[in-house]
Design a protein around this ligand. Structure first.
Ligand code: IVH
Length: 681
């Protein structure tokens, strides 16, 4: 086949696949096959540049970036639509249409072409001799902007119409929109690159269409759907006299139309259509904000005509808005059961998505910063379906002069304990633990757990009852419970009460590691509790330890050391420990052993290269748990280097210095040895 024929064959095949995929929603070939065809076409066109045409599927980005957009006058104005906000207003519309048609002597029960109202941007496409020659935004209805280069990048906009029975000049009108999935992916990508995100798919579609560089528009997941027309000249055959049939013809010419489009008659059918789409609204792959009903017979459309800027023959029946503007009065901070601090927006009550919204979670401080929220701002609130309301952003132009930024509070609004946020952590936390009303129940559950104080028979339900009666505000209050109090609780018989009391009594004899674990110091798990107990021997020595000394304990890094020190520095914690001991909590003495605590104590290890079975951080944690210090670089002090594939300068240095080097498999075997496990085979 000569190149010109092959090129023609490739174009025809690619266009057929495009039509199936973008217009009919039924892909015919796997993506990989499609890509192969496109690449072959690109290669042939590169070899034979004189065979390139503007309509070739390779030419969707052919234009360089522009300085701005030229103005396009609409030969027929692009109108807007009147709205109906409820069934009554729709009823009135249908009545008005019937009355007018009656008076004009036309059939008075008209059929309607019904479609979802897409939430995007209206555009006009000009086809001359079947070729896309211009695309324009609606603008003010009389004139819009020339966005041809951008629109050419939208795959569902045909560059060339199919068939040959189209008018010499055809202006197609419709909506450019961004499907939800593409919108989410676009925003996720933007977030990951620290770039600006769009508030909703509509803004994203609009922003994408108004890019001066079409190469950027091409990367945006935009779609086009036709719902009408403008100027039509020199039809080769008479066009159908129905809106519905005309759009079906457009579909045959390669334009996408809405798959939900239906021709219906009578108010009852229109309302049923509305209800059905309202029901599936949140499951559609794109956002819609209502239904558009258009009188189907074009002759009736002409009879009805226009009022000011909207046709009398069409109306938009709106769904309840999923977005609304309101004022952010205040940002409060809520404390979760684990101490996590969550900012909450207090909003002036507003109707959105069918309910009144006056609060919305803001998740964390980063979110407040990302949305640049100030108290006093006018904000956009979104609520769809059963989803919790969300603040999308502030309308910065409306920010009052006295709007206030809100910093993370220093202390907990419930218990007044310090709030901290560790470097690199998103979540801030209240350090109050059991003394904080919000965290009490969780802290108590941890305290009584089997691996902590092991208080049998005291479970969540009982703890909740004790907290509700304010009998247990601190751990120590558990040991002050009386038989009378317990018997006063619902469903607590004498036998159960006695069991609880004897469990409590038995739990007083514990071990130092269990006691330390039970206190619920942040980051201190069982292993660390054991290491701390072994290293310091006594609680007094541990409580007096400084950060540096704490860091010498196997498995304790700088962040944990600070947590531990700050815990024991807080007066209420010291008092609580004293109270517990005063009530009889005791443990056998530990033999302090800060020298030979763990197999790798005193050793310095380095990890480098790619590891197969675990992340490098995990290996480091394992090394630390075995007592090793893990360093970032190899020196004469290094005892051993674990080197995975791709190890570079560190491996070289280790070899120069004669430092022991082992691979990952050897490390795993040694680790099993140290831990007294059977080596993995
Ligand atoms: S018909 C004269 N049909 O809604 C008729 N408009 O509020 C003009 N829209 O500017 C429009 N989906 O951007 C029509 N199926 C649909 C629509 C639709 C969305 C938008 C369009 C228009 C606005 C009018």
């Amino acid at each position: 086949m000569n190149p010109s024929d092959r090129i023609a064959a490739l174009r025809a095949e690619i266009e057929a696949h495009n039509y199936a995929y973008y217009v009919q929603d039924s892909p015919t070939v796997p993506d990989a096959h499609y890509d192969k065809l496109l690449r072959e076409l690109e290669a042939l066109e590169a070899e034979h540049p004189h065979l390139v045409t503007p309509e070739s599927p390779t030419q969707r980005v052919g234009a360089p970036a522009q300085d701005g957009f030229a103005t396009v006058q609409h030969e027929i104005p692009m109108l807007s639509l009147g709205n109906a906000f409820n069934a009554e207003e729709l009823t009135q519309f249908v009545q008005r249409v019937s009355d007018r048609l009656d008076k004009a002597g036309s059939q008075s029960e008209p059929a309607f072409c019904c479609e979802p109202k897409l939430d995007g941007i209206a555009i006009a496409l000009h086809y001359e001799a079947g070729r896309l020659v211009r695309a324009a935004t609606r603008g003010d209805g009389a004139a819009g902007e020339d966005i041809t280069a951008n629109v050419r990048t939208i795959p569902s906009v045909p560059l060339k119409l199919r068939g040959n029975d189209w008018p010499a000049w055809l202006e197609v009108r419709g909506e450019v929109y961004m499907p939800r999935a593409g919108f989410t992916a676009l925003n996720e990508r933007a977030l990951a690159h620290n770039e600006k995100t769009y508030m909703n798919p509509r803004n994203a579609a609009s922003g994408s269409l108004r890019q001066l560089n079409p190469a950027i528009t091409r990367q945006r997941p935009l779609e086009f759907c036709a719902y009408g027309w403008g100027l039509i000249r020199e039809p080769v055959k008479p066009l159908p006299d129905s809106q519905f049939e005309r759009l079906r013809l457009f579909h045959e010419w390669g334009l996408r139309i809405n798959p939900e489009m239906q021709r219906l008659q009578g108010l009852h059918e229109l309302l049923a259509y509305y209800d059905r789409l309202a029901e599936v609204r949140d499951d559609l792959p794109y956002e819609i904000d209502g239904i558009v009903y258009k009188v189907d017979a074009i002759i009736q459309q002409d009879l009805l005509g226009f009022v000011s800027r909207a046709p009398r023959w069409a109306i938009a029946h709106k769904f309840p808005a999923q977005e609304a503007l309101t004022v952010l009065d205040k940002i409060d901070f809520q404390i979760g059961r684990t101490g996590a601090v969550t900012p909450v927006a207090r909003l002036q009550p507003v109707q959105v998505g069918g309910v009144t919204v006056s609060n919305a979670t803001l998740h964390n401080m980063d979110e407040i910063a990302r949305l640049d929220l100030h108290e006093g701002d006018t904000v956009i609130v979104h609520r769809a379906g059963d989803v919790i309301p969300k603040v999308l952003g502030a309308v910065v132009e409306r920010r009052p002069a006295d709007a206030r930024r809100v910093p993370l509070p220093d202390s907990c609004p419930i218990c007044d304990a310090p709030i901290t946020r560790e470097e690199g952590e998103v979540v801030a936390r209240c350090t109050g633990g059991v003394t904080c009303g919000a965290q009490r129940l969780e802290a108590l559950k941890h305290f009584v757990a089997r691996r902590a104080m092991d208080i049998d028979g005291v479970g969540e339900k009982l703890l909740q009852a004790l907290v509700d009666r304010q009998w247990v505000m601190h751990f120590s209050d558990l040991f002050r419970l009386t038989r009378e109090q317990l018997l006063d609780l619902e469903r607590m018989g004498e036998k159960s009460a006695d069991n609880v009391l004897s469990s409590l009594e038995a739990s007083k004899q514990t071990t130092l590691p269990r006691f330390l674990f039970a206190l619920g110091i942040r980051e201190v798990g069982e292993t660390t509790a054991r290491n701390l107990a072994r290293y310091f021997g006594t609680l007094d020595r541990l409580m007096a330890a400084g950060v540096e000394e704490l860091e010498a304990v196997p498995d304790v890094g700088p962040i944990m050391a600070r947590h531990i020190q700050s815990f024991f520095h807080q007066e209420h914690n010291r008092e609580e420990i004293e109270a517990l001991i005063g009530l009889g909590v005791h443990w056998p003495a530990e033999v302090a052993d800060s020298t030979v605590a763990l197999p790798l104590s005193g050793q310095t290890w380095v990890v480098t290269g790619k590891l197969e079975t675990a992340s490098r951080d995990q290996v480091k944690a394992d090394l630390q748990a075995l007592g090793a210090r893990v360093a970032g670089s190899v020196s004469a002090q290094t005892d051993c280097l674990i080197a995975g594939p791709g190890a570079g300068s560190k491996l070289k240095r280790a070899e120069e210095l004669g430092v022991a080097v082992i691979d990952e498999a050897t490390w795993l075997a040694r680790r099993a040895d140290y831990r007294g496990e059977e080596a993995a085979t």
